[in-house]
Design a protein around this ligand. Structure first.
Ligand code: ATP
Ligand code: MG
Length: 426
């Protein structure tokens, strides 16, 4: 049994993953974001310092352990921003200007498994480091929107907020605490515990009994100064010029402490309570916080499982995985020549699935069963290595789909001339 909350991703479902990843790579290139790959394990203090001690992730979701050999405190990454920032600082990547980066990979959080919530899940993220302007916040939002378009994803809305700067948050925090202190009676135990350590996070509660109280709480946005508001307005005007729609959600605070100014989420109503498919924001103080040279930054991460589940919900089909050609091999004697021929086809870019003898040890199996498998494979063509044809230096190509049954004898010495006709994709 696999570990609870950790999934095997099998064919044909894995084709959907590869399809999505290919779309992401293509799009990241169009926005000039470059791939970064950091380790799955980091030193635990990186996350404690980076994400904040009083956060769901650090308090209860991290897979942390002590290295048995040297006693180091390590953690399976619950998210990738902290690791990316560590790598950027460690390699002085910003010495010649800002960097635009993206990653894909597994993350680990010890949560209660349910639809859209797993213990090993996958994120794709984009980070722009060394840029302070709202235009990069906008670029990242446009990039995410472009991805929904490329994937054919519908019913995703954008929620925006600004968390301002630390001093503005401090003023709001004081007002918030005195408000919350008057409403302790409706607060759950977790909220009470966070009242003085992280009151902002209380606004992020999913407890329905606290919604009314939380809705009437002092809003951070009312405490923002001129510069913070200007940043927010600059972002909105770029989004408006790009026909992007959004709603401002003053209670959007996000799950990590490292955010300032812009925060955003892409949400859907089609996935129940796991409706956030992508979240991000600005984190201008994180690099310094983890010991690097101060630099502004902004980024987002999407949950691959949730995006794929939403696509499925919306009826998007699994991409076909059929090879172009299914090779039928009637007898063991012809295997060497058959396989040499198949390799020549693959070299020219043709996808070939070869029939292979079953496990029962009774030779190659009947032609009938081979053709049944060829049919079931979804391939366009069968390539038949019959003894008679081979002795004439030819093979038979038979159509399995369009114009079923049509067949032609093809000379092996002219293979490069007819190989292309077997290819369904260019
Ligand atoms: P949630 O509020 O649903 O717990 P989060 O705020 O913890 O989400 P982030 O840390 O912002 O999520 O991660 C970005 C995205 O990663 C989320 O929007 C979601 O799509 C996905 N995600 C987060 N946790 C999980 C999980 N346990 N399983 C699957 N996807 C997840
Ligand atoms: Mg969470």
């Amino acid at each position: 049994m696999a570990v609870k909350g950790m999934n095997d991703i099998l064919p044909p479902e894995s084709a959907r993953w590869e399809w999505l990843e290919a779309k992401v790579r293509d799009l990241m290139a169009r926005y000039a974001y470059r791939n970064i790959r950091t380790p799955i394990v980091e030193h635990t203090p990186l996350f404690v310092r980076g994400l904040g001690e009083v956060t769901d992730i650090v308090e209860k979701e991290m897979y942390s352990f002590e290295d048995r050999l040297n006693g180091e405190h390590l953690t399976l990454r619950p998210e990738a921003t902290a690791g990316v920032v560590r790598a950027v600082a460690e390699h002085s990547m910003l010495y010649d200007g800002g960097k635009r980066l993206y990653y894909m990979g597994p993350m680990f959080r010890h949560e209660r498994p349910q639809r859209g919530r797993y213990r090993q899940f996958h994120q794709i993220g984009a980070e722009a480091l060394g840029f302070a302007g709202a235009e990069v916040d906008a670029e990242l939002i446009l990039l995410a929107k472009a991805l929904w378009r490329e994937l054919g994803l519908k019913n995703v809305r954008l929620e925006l907020n600004s968390l301002g700067q630390p001093d503005e948050r401090k003023a709001h925090r004081a007002a918030l605490i005195s408000y919350l202190e008057q409403h302790v009676d409706v607060m759950d135990e977790e909220a009470r515990r966070r009242l003085h350590s992280n009151p902002l996070r209380i606004l992020d509660t999913k407890n329905p009994a606290m919604q009314a109280m939380v809705e009437a709480a002092p809003r951070l946005i009312d405490f923002l100064g001129e510069q913070s508001l200007a940043h927010f307005e600059a972002l909105k005007s770029i989004l408006a010029a790009n026909a992007v729609e959004w709603t401002v959600n003053p209670r959007l605070v996000r799950g990590m402490d490292y955010y300032n100014l812009t925060v955003f989420e892409f949400v859907t109503d089609q996935l129940g309570s796991q409706g956030t498919i992508c979240g991000g924001g600005r984190y201008d103080y994180l690099i310094e916080q983890i010991g690097g040279k101060a630099a502004p930054a902004v980024g987002w991460a999407l949950g691959v499982e949730r995006v794929l589940e939403l696509l499925k919900e919306q009826g998007s089909a699994v991409p076909a995985m059929a090879a172009d050609v299914y090779a039928v091999v009637p007898s063991v004697d012809v295997l060497p020549l058959a396989m040499a021929t198949i390799e020549r086809l693959r070299l020219l870019g043709v996808d070939v699935q070869m029939y292979a003898a079953p496990a029962n040890g009774e030779g190659m199996g009947s032609m009938k069963s081979q053709f049944k498998k060829a049919d079931a494979s979804g391939a366009q063509h069968a390539l038949i290595f019959g003894q008679d044809e081979l002795s004439r230096g030819t093979v038979v190509v038979k159509s399995l789909r369009d114009g079923v049954g049509a067949q032609a004898e093809r000379p092996l010495d002219k293979l490069p001339e007819w190989a292309a006709t077997l290819q369904s994709k260019c």
